[in-house]
Design a protein around this ligand. Structure first.
Ligand code: GDD
Ligand code: MN
Length: 363
């Protein structure tokens, strides 16, 4: 009889030929003699033939398994398939590129006697990130903040791709998981509503070999799935797209305000009104190409449309302003009041623009 497997470690790979043997060796070194384990590499038919190397390793060591997926791509879905194929009582996922510190795996496993979900964390004591530039830090912090707000999670590092969970927790939600994009931990948090969670700090190392598969579309995908997780049950997909464009508009607004005012020393009110105008312009074009793609305006109708959009949004801005003032007058907190104002204005803008700006029945 085989020993029961205590821990299954899933390693998703895409073009990680120069990292995969090292990470496997390091995991073995960490776990051997302490925890009975198996390692499952889920490779999406990497062009660099990572799978070939893993196949060789797995022939020599029965604890190593290869799951080669043909014609499919995606980090989250690879992780879910790995979990489904695993036999261990606990399931862990770790990146192949040596950015996650495999040496905390035993601690993570030990913590699973108390917690159902254990997260390798860069944002608790003992955790940090090496060599990230300002922009990457900023993007990561904003994403983390949004995830916290939308999912109401106690996790300090909900964006982690390094975690461990009990098999029961996974089995309970296996059939509901929507394995899209990069953020499988968020999806698991959302579906399982797990409260027994622990974070363990580690240093996120820079990638040495190979390239990251994260792209700009990953970021949009992330924002989109956050909105969908939070509101998908109640609200239409088109509204979600509209709201997403709205969020991008805030970015355009802040960036141009900063550029004009700080960099080019334009005075505050001119910078502000230009920033508002620019964000309306970018929102209009994005909504035209994305949210209302099926009613997209062209040529002359485009400018008429923009004029309408501009008027509708100006009324929205007034609603925002008036409502915020009103709530403040009743002793509300400024930021909270503004948030309510923004939400109501967004719904107004959406409903009216849908009929006035992108209406298909207007000929
Ligand atoms: N099977 C499979 N299919 N594996 C993939 C795919 C895919 O489509 N895309 C990426 N991977 C594998 C990579 O080979 C690597 O082992 C791991 O998933 C992480 O991919 P990276 O490209 O290195 O991602 P990253 O470093 O930008 O992002 C990591 O850190 C983020 C936090 O900053 C991931 O762990 C994210 O989940 C995490 O949020
Ligand atoms: Mn990486």
């Amino acid at each position: 009889m085989d020993m029961p497997i205590e821990l299954s470690v899933i390693i998703p790979t895409y073009n990680e030929k120069s990292n995969i043997s090292v990470i496997i060796e390091r995991i073995i070194k960490t776990l051997e003699g302490k925890i009975t384990f198996e390692i499952i590499v889920v490779d999406d038919d990497s062009p660099d033939q990572t799978w070939g190397l893993v196949k060789k390793i797995s022939t020599a060591d029965s604890r190593i398994h290869l799951l080669r997926r043909i014609g499919r791509r995606g980090l989250s879905s690879a992780v879910v398939e790995g979990f489904s194929a695993a036999r261990g009582a606990t399931l862990a996922v770790i990146d192949a590129d040596l950015q996650h510190d495999e040496r905390i795996l035993p601690d993570m496993y030990a913590a699973s006697s108390e917690a159902n979900l254990v997260v390798g964390s860069r944002k608790v004591e003992g955790g940090k990130i090496e060599n990230w530039n300002l922009i990457r830090r900023w993007v990561s912090n904003i994403a983390t903040l949004l995830a916290k707000i939308f999912l109401v999670t106690p996790l300090k590092d909900p964006m982690s791709g390094f975690f461990l969970l009990k098999r029961e927790t996974f089995s309970r939600i296996e059939s509901e998981i929507n394995p899209r994009g990069f953020k499988i931990l968020l999806e698991i948090l959302y579906r399982s509503k797990e409260k027994k969670i622990k974070e363990i700090g580690y240093t996120f190392r820079p990638r040495v070999a190979g390239v990251s598969k994260l792209s700009t579309s990953t970021i949009f995908d992330f924002l989109y799935s956050l909105l969908e997780m939070r509101f998908g049950r109640w609200i239409s997909l088109r509204f979600l797209k509209y709201a997403l464009v709205g969020v991008s508009g805030v970015g355009v607004n802040l960036a141009s305000l900063w550029l004009l005012h700080e960099k080019f020393q334009v005075d505050a009110s001119l910078s502000l009104s230009t920033a508002i105008f620019l964000s309306m312009l970018s929102n209009f074009f994005l909504n035209n190409q994305f949210t209302f793609r099926d009613y997209a305006l062209e040529a002359q109708a485009l400018w008429v449309g923009f004029f309408r959009f501009f008027l509708v949004c100006s009324v929205g801005a007034l609603i925002n302003y008036a409502l915020t003032q009103f709530l403040m007058g009743r002793g509300g907190n400024l930021y909270l009041a503004d948030l309510v104002g923004i939400s109501v204005a967004t719904v107004w803008n959406y409903i009216v623009n849908q009929h006035v700006t992108w209406s298909s029945d207007r000929g």
